[in-house]
Design a protein around this ligand. Structure first.
Ligand code: NAG
Ligand code: NAG
Ligand code: NAG
Ligand code: NAG
Ligand code: NAG
Ligand code: NAG
Ligand code: NAG
Ligand code: NAG
Ligand code: NAG
Ligand code: NAG
Ligand code: NAG
Length: 369
């Protein structure tokens, strides 16, 4: 409340200073660079930040699909409507990271199923969430292993699969895997997944119950995982034996309209303040961003604050003094240098004393006449 009054009453510079010191004094209202949760709302659960439009408790989130619950004892975050575990939330990309089960299919030396494993499973999300295709991959790992992947978008569905069969222990060749971090078919198979899926299901199976490879591989695995969060190599079989969940990325957006239509209704438009921008999502809906040169939470009024580029980087200007500007910076050049494009100082070439000799010549002429 006090914050709002101060903002209205003072100029931009004073207001920015006030906000900064309010933030430093506040217990847990966000990180440097802008208030991330709504004022008076829980900003963190354990170590995980909860930026608005997400929030805990009535009045703290943008809509029911953005409501989060925090288990105080376990510090586990869940999306209210889906009960899905939340690992992190990114505003700049419109991502939410969750953890997804690794499906496994294990056998004893005689080829009898171990029984305790979950060899099929899946994930179902509701709008505004979809399973990110550019941030995740589908992996199948094992030496007597194949798996189906069924993806759905609304009432459309498609099936893909991956097979990995090896006669020898791929770990023997794993030096070359490690160098190239590859999943090349030996012990591992990988495919991309199609965009905008809202439901996926996986099933992992074996051809010969791992009887021929049991010495070095008793289980097959299938999972969808965030890119760069799984690399096949020497230790992958051991790693997956004791890894039950892996990170997976969901995309989210606001509403179903494009920016152009959404911004026509200021009450429902989610991008707040003068320094926020709107970005269309490829399918439908939009996300909000701070304008270039600003940082903060674009879903909150006046949270996108100017970045002081000069303070962040003391060597930003060569041959000049850095001065911060609203949304940018400029270089005030040292003497002997001039400004090329506001941010680059170049040497001024030294002038020749040509004019003086001309003047002298004219004077001489005048005397002789
Ligand atoms: C935050 O809480 C304080 C104390 O409970 C209250 O005085 C203030 O009005 C609240 N601010 C907002 C923006 O709700
Ligand atoms: C928090 O987690 C613990 C352990 O999983 C569980 O027993 C408890 O019921 C949870 N509390 C809430 C409020 O969900
Ligand atoms: C092989 O595994 C399947 C289940 O995956 C099981 O139904 C079958 O009985 C197994 N075969 C043998 C010989 O144990
Ligand atoms: C798929 O859904 C759309 C709209 O939800 C509907 O018009 C269409 O008939 C459905 N197609 C099938 C094959 O069910
Ligand atoms: C790694 O694999 C890629 C694609 O399979 C290939 O283009 C690249 O040359 C390999 N790099 C090395 C260092 O072997
Ligand atoms: C998602 O797919 C799974 C497996 O095919 C199915 O059991 C589940 O009902 C689906 N969920 C929705 C919402 O379609
Ligand atoms: C996986 O780990 C369990 C113990 O957690 C162990 O008994 C089993 O032999 C391991 N399996 C493989 C294939 O490494
Ligand atoms: C904006 O949206 C709100 C809520 O849906 C609605 O009540 C209001 O009439 C809309 N305003 C305009 C100008 O369309
Ligand atoms: C936002 O921009 C409008 C129009 O340019 C201006 O009237 C208003 O004071 C600005 N608000 C803030 C907080 O800077
Ligand atoms: C800052 O100004 C420079 C030079 O005018 C321009 O190239 C650059 O894109 C601007 N940066 C931002 C964040 O607006
Ligand atoms: C600081 O700015 C200079 C000049 O633009 C750049 O070369 C350097 O990488 C920047 N340093 C950091 C830490 O960003």
């Amino acid at each position: 409340m006090m914050l709002v009054l101060l903002l209205a009453a003072t100029n931009a510079v004073a207001a920015a200073t006030t906000r900064r010191s309010a933030r430093e004094g506040g217990a847990d209202d966000g990180k440097a660079g802008g208030l991330m949760a709504k004022p008076n709302c829980t900003a963190k659960c354990g170590n995980i930040e909860i930026p608005y439009p997400f929030g805990i408790g009535l009045g703290c989130y943008f809509g029911p699909r953005f409501e989060i619950t925090c288990n105080q004892s376990t510090k586990e975050l869940r999306l209210m409507e889906t009960r899905m575990l939340v690992d992190s939330i990114s505003l700049t990309e419109g991502h939410l990271q969750t953890k997804q089960l690794v499906n496994r299919d294990c056998y004893d030396a005689q080829g009898k199923p171990r029984g305790e494993d979950q060899s099929s499973g899946g994930l179902s999300v509701i709008p505004p969430y979809t399973i990110s295709s550019d941030k995740n991959s589908f992996f199948v790992v094992g030496c007597d292993t194949y798996a189906h992947f069924v993806g759905r978008r609304g009432n459309q569905s498609y099936t893909t699969g991956c097979i990995s069969v090896c006669k020898n222990n791929p770990n023997l060749y794993a030096d070359s895997f490690d160098k190239n971090e590859s999943c090349s078919g030996m012990g591992c198979c990988k495919t991309n997944i199609s965009p905008l899926l809202d439901n996926l299901s996986l099933q992992v199976k074996s051809y010969k119950n791992h009887t021929e490879v049991h010495d070095f591989n008793a289980c097959g695995y299938a999972f969808v995982v965030k890119k760069d969060n799984f690399k096949f190599g020497k230790t992958s079989f051991q790693y997956l034996n004791k890894t039950h969940r892996l990170p997976l990325v969901l995309d989210w957006q606001i509403g179903e309209e494009s920016c152009q239509y959404a911004m026509q209704n200021k009450t429902t438009y989610a991008c707040k303040g003068n320094n926020s921008d709107c970005q269309d999502k490829p399918s439908s809906g939009y996300i909000c961003l701070c304008k270039p040169g600003f940082q903060g939470n674009p879903y909150l009024p006046d949270s996108c604050e100017d970045i002081d580029e000069c303070a962040l980087n003391s060597t930003l200007c060569n041959h000049g003094k850095c001065e911060n500007k609203e949304g940018n910076y400029t270089c005030v050049c040292d003497s002997g240098y001039k400004n090329l494009d506001d941010i680059t100082c170049i040497k001024v070439p030294s002038a020749k004393p040509l004019k003086i000799s001309l003047v002298t010549y004219e004077l001489e002429l005048a005397i002789y006449i």
